[in-house]
Design a protein around this ligand. Structure first.
Ligand SMILES: *[C@@H]1O[C@H](CO)[C@@H](O)[C@H](O)[C@H]1NC(C)=O
Length: 309
């Protein structure tokens, strides 16, 4: 079973101090959200988006996503052409970063003239294996009328700002977040294989339910003759097992310091970070922590002292 490999990856990651246990996933979540935010170096009007899973529900994800014309660029901090390393956040990171948010619909309209296309939003999918794909019009599985769009117009160079499952936690780093792929070839395909492990993080009574995933990428080149389908394919599969990561040993005081430090950092990120520049978020906790942040670290610790008096 391929999922065993991903367990190993997760197991390696969590060091000695934190308990991690695997449980059979007996919670029937029939649907779950995919949160995505990416940019493809092709005009929006060329792009065809689709989700297909093994319940054979095929629907046009494009109706649920937002498309806006953009000028393509790769932010300097992005990881270029590299998906070899799996990064899974640790418990403390998740605890600090597990702030739920929603994508805000900015009401952008399709700008089909701009050279690149920014695509973002959430789509509900069945919790079974499936495939989300971005292909070019005229280059689909059933659609072989390649005269509409010249081969030289295809460019599947892309960046991924966000790709996650379940609740949208903008501060949690997922393996595909902040990655980029550049190709010099027109008939290029990128197949991402994602193995999703529902993971519950627990600490001091706080529980954060996430869906961690590991990813591998296969790149393929097609030629005009072999009629393969160029595009970006995200193939996901859910492991029938839950991972529970729990830490009972840290003191409450350390926990508060840790939170204060990290929330202090979040305020800066919220103002200057690329992710937030690019997508507007409604932070459910935002206002409270935003004003906390102004008071800096001292603010939180002072509150603590007040309680003791
Ligand atoms: C696609 O766009 C990237 C970024 O602008 C560029 O480096 C690359 O050469 C282009 N590829 C093709 C096939 O035109």
């Amino acid at each position: 079973m391929s999922s065993l490999r991903s367990f190993d990856a997760f197991r390696q990651f969590f060091g000695g101090e934190v308990d991690h246990q695997f449980h059979v996933d007996n919670v029937v979540d029939s649907t779950l959200l995919i949160n995505l935010d990416l940019m493809i170096n092709m005009p929006c009007k060329f792009i065809h988006t689709n989700v297909q899973d093994n319940t054979d529900d095929r629907f046009l994800a494009s109706e649920l996503l937002k498309y806006e014309g953009f000028r393509f660029f790769i932010p300097p901090s992005y990881k270029l052409n590299d998906h070899n390393s799996i990064e899974t956040p640790d418990l403390d990171e998740i605890m600090a970063e597990g702030i739920v948010a929603q994508f805000q619909d900015r009401g952008d309209s399709k700008d089909s003239i701009a050279p690149a296309c920014h695509i973002y939003g959430t789509i509900p999918v069945n919790k079974v294996s499936g495939d989300l794909h971005f292909t070019a019009k005229g280059y689909g599985y059933r659609d072989f009328d390649r005269t509409r769009l010249g081969v030289e117009q295809l460019n599947f160079t892309h960046i991924i700002n966000e790709f996650s499952f379940g609740e949208f936690y903008p501060y949690i780093h997922n393996p595909l977040d902040a990655t980029a792929q550049v190709t010099e070839e027109n008939l290029q395909s990128y197949e991402y294989y994602l193995n999703v492990v529902p993971t519950l993080y627990k600490k001091l009574g706080v529980e954060i339910k996430t869906n961690q995933y590991s990813v591998s990428l296969q790149k393929k080149l097609y030629s005009w003759e072999n009629r393969g389908v160029p595009g970006i394919f995200l193939k996901y599969d859910f492991d029938p097992i839950n991972l529970v990561v729990e830490d009972k040993r840290i003191s409450f005081f350390n926990f508060i310091i840790r939170l204060a430090t990290i929330y202090g950092g979040i305020i800066v990120t919220a103002r200057w970070g690329y992710k937030l520049l690019d997508k507007t978020l409604i932070l459910l906790f935002g206002k409270k922590f935003a004003s906390r942040g102004e008071e800096k670290l001292a603010g939180l610790l002072d509150d603590n002292e007040d309680e003791r008096k």
